[in-house]
Design a protein around this ligand. Structure first.
Ligand code: CA
Length: 253
């Protein structure tokens, strides 16, 4: 059965272009123009299948796409790709912890968008068991199911951090961190390579697989939010070290 993709876009011409590209590629597009309609569709209120991924315009008539995503994250981990019209919107997408998976700047090629949708859907398969969902809380569970990843030890401890890969959770000083998916993957990657300096490009590769044109500052923005969460646990420690012009590493101590 075709996988349903929700397209939330109030400009008919853009929505038509996306819907056409989706159908051509074997997806089933579901188009709505309002944020409220998008949330209803994701709650399964339309009666049809709940869409597996959301293409979300930021400038909607009833509420901002950012607000739609924030509300969506309260009940769904479905991937979100933002459509942005202006560069200051991009800063808000990458800088805020709203759990976006990717963004596309208008004007864009609908075929390129569909290619990215394929990458994201491939990355999240196969779905993790529901028990892990409950433990991971806010979306980190996608990380538990990385296809092709070597079998990792179930638990790993470094610099006061404890990675519980099977639970898709990370503890810091014994306290479970409430991480977004990318924060989880970023910190997990650092924990798996203690003491190694990983460039932003390498982190991109491991964390944002397929999102080749995502910017360095995406990594920086997520490192920043990760540090804030670590500081909330241990204000004086900073286990993530910045290597100017190179990347990041986790202190081995
Ligand atoms: Ca719009």
């Amino acid at each position: 059965m075709a996988r349903t993709i929700l397209v939330v876009e109030d400009e008919q011409a853009i929505a038509d272009g996306i819907a056409y590209a989706l159908r051509t590629d074997g997806f089933a597009p579901l188009h709505v123009t309002l944020g409220e309609q998008a949330l209803a569709a994701m709650r399964g209120e339309g009666g049809g299948p709940v869409p597996e991924l959301v293409v979300l315009d930021i400038g909607l008539p009833d509420m901002s796409g950012l607000e739609v995503c924030r509300r969506l994250r309260q009940f769904s981990d479905a991937p979100v790709i933002f459509l942005t019209a202006r560069s200051d919107e991009i800063d808000r997408v990458v800088g805020l912890e709203i759990g976006a998976d990717d963004y596309v700047t208008k004007p864009f090629s609908p075929r390129e968008l569909v290619a990215r949708i394929r990458v994201i859907l491939r990355r999240m398969a196969p779905p993790a068991p529901r028990a892990v969902d409950a433990a991971a809380g806010n979306g980190a569970h996608h990380a538990a199911a990385q296809p092709g990843a070597p079998a990792a030890p179930a638990s790993r401890q470094v610099a006061g951090l404890e990675l519980r890969a099977l639970e898709a959770r990370i503890l810091y000083c014994g306290q479970a961190l409430d991480l977004t998916r990318y924060e989880y993957l970023l910190l997990k990657t650092l924990i798996e390579h203690p003491g190694h300096v990983l460039s932003r490009a390498q982190l991109m590769d491991r964390v944002w697989t397929g999102a080749s044109d995502t910017l360095d500052r995406t990594v920086d923005a997520h490192v920043k939010s990760l540090r804030a969460k670590l500081r909330a646990v241990a204000p004086d420690a900073d286990p993530i070290q910045t290597h100017r012009g190179l990347g990041y590493s986790l202190a081995c101590a």
